[in-house]
Design a protein around this ligand. Structure first.
Ligand SMILES: NC(=O)C1=CN([C@@H]2O[C@H](COP(=O)(O)OP(=O)(O)OC[C@H]3O[C@@H](n4cnc5c(N)ncnc54)[C@H](OP(=O)(O)O)[C@@H]3O)[C@@H](O)[C@H]2O)C=CC1
Ligand SMILES: CC(C)=CCC[C@@H](C)[C@H]1CC=C2C3=C(CC[C@@]21C)[C@@]1(C)CC[C@H](O)C(C)(C)[C@@H]1CC3
Length: 459
């Protein structure tokens, strides 16, 4: 059997686990830890030292995670980079092992804080940088064409003179400038984000690959004074730009056909609700992995400033060029689908945010939780007991409702749904990795209790 030990959660000897435990100031904590059973997913070879959130880390004696046998001895080393301490414990017949030891806060740092360990390699990054703009242009060309075929070649290629317009560039810069000016208004609320992982020395690798770094961004939170480029781009210019493009489509349709169609109203209304919700809950964006984990490179800059406004508004663009009849009964069903999606999306996000801010809040105090070695807890009832990403489920249901008003004659309006499913499945896998890194066996226990990721009984 292996001799590496996965530290599970246990009750704290001094100071019960708290939701805000990660940021505790005490230099040393006495923790009572329970080593749990080996699981195939937990087996990872080659990991010598692993960070526990809250600045703690543990080391494995050998490359494997180990199960605990009766009477087995375990050795866990924990400490700061400068000075480790050893601890010992004994296993019992049930395969659980208790040990009491003193963990000393070390410097935070692990693959979990490194945005590069779970991302595409340079050739993939280079391909994406060509593919994404090409896809966007393709979509914009075909949505205007008669057949509007998602998979066919574009009907024509515009000349360079069409693509280059100093007036448009000026307009775009003015738009960014206006957003930047609004963003800088002194009246806005100053919110504190999560403790950032860029305290880690591992976050800034010396040997970077220029293509890869350009794609992902070297800097986690590029700022000039208090102007945070990533945070600014994540919400304002792109999301508001998306709504404005939708609105322009609606107005143009009114001009062309006398009044906007019901389908156009629905698409505008649904997406306005989504963007309004994002801006209303602006602070919640601080805990998304884009802000806490990803650098600000091509992916987010292009994603936020171009991809979101131009491809997320595809349905409205499609409807302008391909009007679709929509009766009231079908429209009502679509509204219901969107309402259900929004209800799940908002309910799940709010439940987690409320819980993370204050676990004793009466709205979440009764929910069942799993303690973790970091002091934070994981919800296992309510929305987060249904599937491991109920917010993604709600988001996907809404995505379906945004496409349905465009009818079923074309695949193009379903592009967002397809892309978004791929994005969320990939994102879910990344988050899973990070949570495993953060919470170790407590995360395995959560996965055991809540086996489905996004879609109950299916995925
Ligand atoms: N429209 C779009 O293009 C996109 C929309 N989105 C939406 O953005 C929103 C945010 O998504 P995203 O940033 O990916 O991540 P989530 O909001 O899903 O947050 C994941 C984090 O939540 C915490 N968590 C996970 N499970 C539990 C649990 N059981 N109990 C308590 N906390 C838990 C963990 O962090 P910790 O424990 O550290 O708190 C985990 O890392 C989603 O609604 C998503 O649909 C996302 C991407 C694109
Ligand atoms: C293909 C490509 C270029 C991908 C880049 C991905 C980005 C477009 C998305 C990554 C995470 C996002 C989020 C939102 C918009 C899309 C991007 C930037 C978001 C702002 C949409 C509104 C939501 O309410 C949200 C605030 C939760 C969400 C955050 C993540």
């Amino acid at each position: 059997m292996g001799r590496g030990w996965n530290l599970g959660s246990g009750s704290a000897k001094a100071g019960e686990p708290q939701a805000a435990g990660v940021g505790r100031d005490t230099e040393e904590q006495d923790l009572r830890m329970v080593a749990c059973e080996w699981s195939p997913e937990a087996e990872r070879s080659g990991v010598r030292r692993e960070a526990l959130s809250g600045g703690l880390y543990r080391e494995q004696q050998e490359g494997l995670w180990g199960s605990v046998e009766a009477g087995a001895r375990m050795e866990v080393r924990a400490g700061t980079e400068g000075g480790d301490r050893d601890m010992e414990g004994r296993g019992n017949a049930e395969g659980a092992l208790e040990t009491t030891g003193r963990l000393v806060r070390g410097s935070e740092g692990s693959c979990g804080a490194d945005a590069r360990c779970d991302r595409p390699r340079p050739p993939g990054a280079a391909a994406l940088m060509l593919l994404l703009p090409a896809t966007m242009f393709h979509l914009l060309l075909v949505v205007r064409s008669g057949p509007a075929r998602l998979l066919g070649p574009p009907p024509y290629l515009p000349g360079l003179q069409v693509l280059w317009s100093p007036r448009m560039l000026l307009l775009w810069l003015t738009w960014l400038g206006l957003q930047a000016a609004l963003y800088l208004l002194p009246a806005r609320k100053v919110a504190e984000g999560q403790e950032l992982k860029d305290k880690s020395r591992l976050l800034y690798p010396i040997n970077g690959n220029p293509i890869y770094d350009f794609f992902l961004g070297r800097e986690l939170n590029p700022r000039v004074w208090s102007f945070d480029f990533k945070y600014f781009c994540e919400l304002r210019p792109g999301l508001i730009g998306w709504v404005l493009i939708n609105l322009a489509m609606l107005m143009q349709e009114a001009e062309l056909r006398g009044s906007p169609s019901l389908a156009m109203w629905l698409v505008n209304g649904f997406q306005l609700l989504y963007v309004g919700d994002a801006l209303w809950h602006e602070e919640a964006v601080l805990t998304t992995m884009d802000i806490t984990h990803d650098g600000f490179g091509f992916m987010l800059a292009f994603g936020d400033l171009a991809w979101v406004p131009f491809t997320y508004s595809l349905q409205a663009q499609f409807l302008l060029h391909h009007p679709q009849p929509l009766g009231l009964p079908v429209a009502s069903v679509i509204c219901l689908i969107n309402a259900v999606g929004y209800y799940i999306f908002r309910g799940a996000n709010s439940q987690k945010n409320t819980f993370r801010k204050n676990p004793s809040d009466p709205r979440v105090a009764d929910l069942e939780t799993i303690p973790t070695a970091t002091g934070r807890q994981l919800l296992v009832s309510g929305w987060w007991g249904m599937v491991r990403h109920p917010n993604y489920l709600g988001d996907l249901i809404m995505a379906l409702a945004w496409s349905l008003p465009c009818g079923v004659s074309h695949l193009l309006p379903y592009f967002y749904l397809l892309y978004f499913t791929a994005l969320l499945v990939h994102r879910e896998a990344r988050d899973e990795q990070q949570c495993l890194q953060k919470y170790g066996l407590a995360w395995h226990e959560y996965c055991r209790r809540v086996p489905y990721r996004i879609l109950p009984y299916i995925y």
